[in-house]
Write a protein that binds this ligand. Structure first.
Ligand SMILES: O=C(O)CCC(=O)C(=O)O
Length: 270
């Protein structure tokens, strides 16, 4: 059943009024999404022949049937748009990903705050490695699965970025989007545009600590083998969303492995 049709009369009148006033479909859809009308936001965009400007997960059912796996929706938040799912990866797939990546992990860096290179920084204490898209068949399979879940083509994404944290390792609060006003960002944005969303997959649970915490909204996701979280860094109208500020809180016992995939606005060469 159409979610737009399910909206109450106040919402229907609000949409009609905004359309008459020339407000863009993207801005109206952003508002719908922020208020939890995920399906209606998507429908409005398609009705106006607009393709979605951010990845989209259809969360109307608690179980999502993908081509090769069934994932369970665990929780959802709308400001910013965050969806947590379980069973995204099978335990065997996590083991395989760890085996393929483990030897290549090196001390993590961050994007230079005032340039386009990468630097070491105490705000990020983990080991990691960024892989090209489709690096091995397992990377490719996972990338295709992500694309299916979030309705976003594989080419509009970076390769998997693999991380391991232990002994107090953390990633202090940061944004994944590139602030276009900062030096060097125009060069980064030329290849694929903005990082409109982030998809994180956990391959282990650690024993203590290690949550991904959205610090402005007090929402956190505990690591669990096979769990994944998607969050939007921008609104449907392209505005950067400061509510997407997030951190990897210190791992105080055990080891936390994860893979991050950043989703770009446009096709990205990597
Ligand atoms: O470690 C985490 O939980 C978050 C990782 C993260 O913020 C990132 O990869 O951008």
């Amino acid at each position: 059943m159409s979610e737009l049709k399910q909206l109450n009369q106040d919402w229907k009148s609000w949409i009609a009024e905004n359309i008459v006033n020339g407000v863009s479909t993207e801005t109206i859809s952003s508002k719908l999404l922020e208020n939890g009308w995920v399906g209606a936001a998507y429908e409005l965009m398609t009705q106006h022949n607009k393709s979605m400007t951010v990845p989209f997960i259809d969360t109307k059912s608690n179980t999502i049937h993908l081509e090769d796996i069934e994932v369970s929706v665990v929780s959802e938040c709308h400001k910013p748009f965050i969806v947590v799912v379980d069973n995204f990866l099978r335990p065997k797939e996590c083991e395989e990903l760890i085996a393929v990546s483990e030897k290549q992990l090196k001390a993590s860096q961050i994007v230079h705050p005032e340039g386009d290179g990468n630097i070491f920084d105490p705000s990020r204490t983990s080991v990691s490695k960024g892989f090209v898209r489709g690096y091995t068949p397992i990377h490719e399979m996972i990338e295709n699965r992500i694309a299916e879940l979030i309705n976003w083509p594989v080419e509009k994404g970076e390769g998997l970025h693999i991380l391991r944290y232990e002994d107090g390792g953390e990633y202090k609060p940061h944004y994944d989007y590139f602030d276009p006003d900062k030096k060097g960002r125009d060069k980064i944005l030329q290849n694929g545009g903005q990082r409109v969303g982030t998809f994180i997959m956990y391959w282990s649970e650690g024993e203590e600590g290690g949550a991904t915490k959205f610090t402005k909204i007090n929402f956190e996701v505990r690591p669990k083998t096979g769990r994944a979280v998607y969050f939007a860094n921008t609104l449907i109208n392209g505005a950067l969303n400061p509510l997407s500020l997030h951190a990897g809180v210190p791992v105080t016992k055990g080891v936390k492995y994860l893979a991050t995939k950043w989703l770009r606005q446009n096709p990205h060469q990597c």
